[in-house]
Unconditional design. Structure first.
Length: 94
């Protein structure tokens, strides 16, 4: 089941991304993580509020064109936050 969430990052709440009875959750971030209008760590913490069992898998697909190093660093910070808190596997990078 695909549940689109059409909200700004600032208006996103933990209950917006809650899904019952799932064991794999796919988060797709296309051309948004590099936008400097919101705090990356706040987004990560909002998602973390719905992390369930250790047996569940969370897959993050994050894509964005290279604009500059500063904006690219935001995507790196997103990955680093998850890497600092959970076991992660980076499948591909720039």
């Amino acid at each position: 089941m695909i549940i689109p969430i059409n909200k700004t990052i600032e208006s996103l709440h933990a209950e917006d991304i809650f899904v019952e009875h799932r064991n794999i959750t796919l988060h797709l971030f296309a051309n948004i993580l590099d936008v400097p209008r919101f705090d990356i760590h706040t987004l990560c913490e909002t998602i973390q509020k719905n992390i369930g069992s250790a047996n569940w898998k969370y897959i993050f697909i994050c894509v964005s064109p290279y604009i500059d190093d500063l904006r690219n660093q935001r995507i790196e910070s997103f990955y680093q936050w998850w890497s600092d808190h959970y076991t992660t596997v980076l499948i591909s990078s720039r």
